[in-house]
Design a protein around this ligand. Structure first.
Ligand SMILES: *Cc1c(COP(=O)(O)O)cnc(C)c1O
Length: 399
């Protein structure tokens, strides 16, 4: 592929392995194992079998006819990752990593989680594969996402609260790295997005690339041609890079990442890393991060808990620098309107994260010709967000 990382996982100036000495052995062991298995036909056959028989792949590429007619421009297709087992794209990555960890002889998975989605996916894979599992979660997030904490416990996972820092996702990531250094012989760190030190950004991308592998074949089958644009929301960037990957070489396909602008990119209450962040090094990688004037990681905000990470994966940073992909900010208000719009128009309730991509499609489809095509990735389903959206609209559902 055109953009396989160069040595030590560099994407242009981004990526790399900025980690303490104590973590080096674990990361090298993982890098070697991934190099060994990534092109192994037996490994890939086993993973495809898990995708198909357990996760429910391939996911549909659904022609959103009502939305298309209503917007009056480009044809809109939805890549339905929301139909996967556990309700989002996260299962693709987690099954890949859990299978690799098993091949490496590991018996235990650890993971970080913010909203709880990645934690639930990891707990699910651990239950399926008979592995022990511990998930680290900020204490603040544990309170906000009590239902997901209980779900993980049901699945047999231990959830450990992290009270350091702001008690949110970035602190849970730091704690999980720390825990990994303490116990590398039987433990694999199942990281949740295309971030962290090499090989994570490449490995997670490869597992999520199934999205664009399917979507490319599905659109060729349905329309006999490639789309004009592919849209996906960007938190760390895993569903977006998975949606973009097999289209990167197709110059006529615009790749558009939709970031969470929160209350707006001219406020501090935002998580739009590309639009407001600066180059930095954090969590093992060089990339763009939301920072204050002293270079400290800034607190980020979005209505969507899955998008409020202060950084972005290094491959996106490279695609941004080269101009191959565009990154646009979408506010809470726009995302909530898109959440309601898709529910009403197509009978599909999207995750509030995914609604950020839907919102941008609502903006651009009417400006495009009727012979043009956009694919929007629905990274997840919206059941988890219903109470929060009601609250946003001033209604209390007494959950
Ligand atoms: C976690 C999550 C995201 C954000 O993560 P990426 O790595 O940017 O894909 C987006 N949508 C849903 C439904 C999620 O659960």
């Amino acid at each position: 592929m055109t953009n396989s990382p160069t040595s030590r996982g560099r994407f242009g100036v981004h990526g790399g392995q900025y980690i303490p000495e104590t973590l080096m052995n674990a990361v090298i062991e993982l890098e070697e194992a991934y190099d060994r298995y990534k092109d192994d036909p037996a490994f890939n056959a086993e993973l495809t079998e898990l995708f198909n028989s357990y996760a429910g792949r391939p996911s549909l590429l659904y022609y959103a006819g009502n939305m298309t007619a209503d917007l009056g421009g480009a044809k809109v297709y939805l890549k339905r990752e929301d139909l996967n087992h556990t309700g989002a794209h996260k299962i693709n990555n987690v099954l890949g990593q859990a299978l690799l960890a098993k091949k490496m002889g590991k018996t235990r998975l650890i993971a970080e989680t913010g909203a709880g989605q990645h934690g639930v996916a990891t707990a699910t894979a651990a239950a399926l594969m008979g592995m022990e599992c511990v998930v680290y979660m900020g204490v603040e997030d544990m309170e906000r996402q009590a239902l997901n904490v209980y779900r993980m416990r049901l699945l047999g996972t231990e959830v450990r609260g992290v009270s350091a820092g702001t008690g949110t996702l970035k602190d849970a990531v730091s704690e999980t790295f720390r825990e990994w250094t303490n116990r590398i012989d039987d433990t694999h760190y199942c990281l949740g997005s295309v971030m962290g030190p090499h090989p994570f950004p490449t490995m997670v991308r490869d597992f999520q690339a199934v999205i664009s592998r399917e979507a490319r074949a599905q659109i060729l089958e349905a329309e006999g041609r490639l789309p004009d644009a592919v849209l996906a929301c960007v938190g760390g960037g895993s569903n977006a890079i998975g949606s973009f990957y097999h289209f990167i070489g197709d110059e006529g396909v615009r790749l558009i990442g939709c970031e969470a602008a929160g209350r707006g990119i001219d406020t501090w209450e935002t998580a739009a890393t590309m639009n407001t962040g600066k180059l930095g090094i954090f969590h093992g990688m060089k990339s763009y991060f939301c920072q204050d004037e002293y270079g400290q990681i800034a607190p980020v905000y979005s209505i969507s808990a899955g998008l409020d990470y202060p950084g972005v994966g290094p491959e996106h940073a490279m695609l941004h620098d080269s101009g191959r992909a565009e990154y646009v900010p979408v506010t809470d208000e726009e995302a909530v309107c898109a959440f309601e719009y898709l529910s009403r128009t197509e009978g599909v309730i999207p995750a509030i994260e995914s609604a950020h991509a839907v919102a941008h499609a609502i903006k651009i489809a009417p400006t495009m010709g009727k012979d043009q095509i956009v694919i929007v990735t629905l990274s997840g389903r919206g059941d988890k967000d219903v109470a929060a959206i009601a609250r946003y609209r001033g209604e209390d559902l007494h959950e």
